[in-house]
Design a protein around this ligand. Structure first.
Ligand SMILES: [Zn+2]
Length: 316
């Protein structure tokens, strides 16, 4: 069992994502967010570990988790696939087109928008936004788009691409879209990027009617998965004064907690997750500093196998 400590995203109080072109990998980008790569270290703790033991009770070196995924000694196909995905994640770059981030989205991430959006929204644009948010795929958007134009030919209804850009400009957040199996088995990323059918259930990736009608040119996915990246969501908090104030709650509460602990030795009341000893320790030893943004999350268990003989909690 691997315990990965709190993943700490640190930003200055104004969005600061580092100079473009200076970082190569996602891990580098993450280090750039913190300004302190040590803060971002993922600690591996195995049962029976102690600080000076240097290895876990299973004989696994705790200081080199990467060795677990090197491929040597992995024989099960599922584990080989997992190891390959871990390596892909380690080598992923923001500029990699297969990650789904557009050039505009990447530019926004590196140069955050400031202030309220200036884009005006007329009735047709509003209709396109509703359509974009209310349809599950580009194909569905285009179908409804064509139907509306057939009924009301004079409508200046933006294309799917323009509607997507409009939503991204207004919100500052652009979804990352990947094809997925229609039965939700897998997303076509990483090792599965070029597959034309699901390796689990064998269902075709693309709509076979359009694929055959176009001699293989129309590759419309049967299902898409939209990821809302966290970086732009954090940045957009600073585009309006009221949400920026909310984003400073940690800073204010951290200051209050530290001063109360220093003066009284403990807190009079424990009423917030920030009052837990793990976070107070992180405040005191400087792992969480005054201007840090801390991303916290909680998830349910994930069932790995159909026989339900296992359960795990995945931390990313
Ligand atoms: Zn499938």
């Amino acid at each position: 069992m691997v315990l990965i400590n709190l993943l700490q995203y640190s930003l200055s109080s104004s969005p600061r994502l580092g100079p473009s072109g200076q970082r190569d990998t996602l891990l580098d980008e993450r280090a750039d967010l913190s300004g302190s790569p040590e803060d971002m270290a993922l600690d591996c703790a195995l049962p029976g570990d102690s600080e000076d033991s240097g290895s876990g009770s299973f004989g696994c070196p705790t200081d080199n988790i990467d060795d677990l995924w090197s491929g040597a000694g992995i024989y099960l196909d599922d584990l080989k696939t997992s190891a390959a995905f871990v390596r892909e994640l380690q080598q992923a770059t923001l500029g990699d087109a297969t990650q789904g981030l557009s050039c505009e989205g990447l530019d926004c991430l590196r140069n955050p928008l400031r202030g309220h959006p200036s884009t005006s929204v007329d009735e047709d644009a509003r209709l396109a936004i509703d359509l974009y948010l209310g349809t599950p795929s580009e194909a569905m958007y285009e179908t409804v788009h064509a139907a509306i134009l057939r009924r009301w030919p004079g409508t200046d209804l933006p294309s799917y691409y323009k509607a997507k850009r409009l939503v991204a400009d207004l919100s500052g957040v652009e979804p990352l879209v990947h094809d997925m199996c229609m039965n939700s088995c897998i997303a076509y990323t990483g090792l599965f990027l070029e597959l034309e059918s699901c390796p689990v259930c064998s269902q075709p990736r693309y709509d076979q009617f359009w694929l055959q009608a176009s001699d293989g040119k129309d590759r419309t996915p049967r299902q898409e998965f939209h990821t809302i990246p966290i970086g732009p969501q954090i940045q957009v908090l600073y585009r309006a004064p009221e949400t920026a104030v909310h984003a400073h709650y940690l800073r204010q509460e951290r200051s209050r907690v530290l001063s109360e602990v220093e003066s009284k030795g403990c807190l009079a009341e424990y009423s917030d997750v920030l009052h837990g000893s793990d976070l107070i320790d992180a405040f005191e030893d400087g792992r969480i500093e005054e201007d840090d943004i801390v991303l916290m999350f909680s998830i349910d268990g994930a069932q790995l196998y159909a026989k339900k003989a296992s359960a795990c909690w995945i931390y990313i």
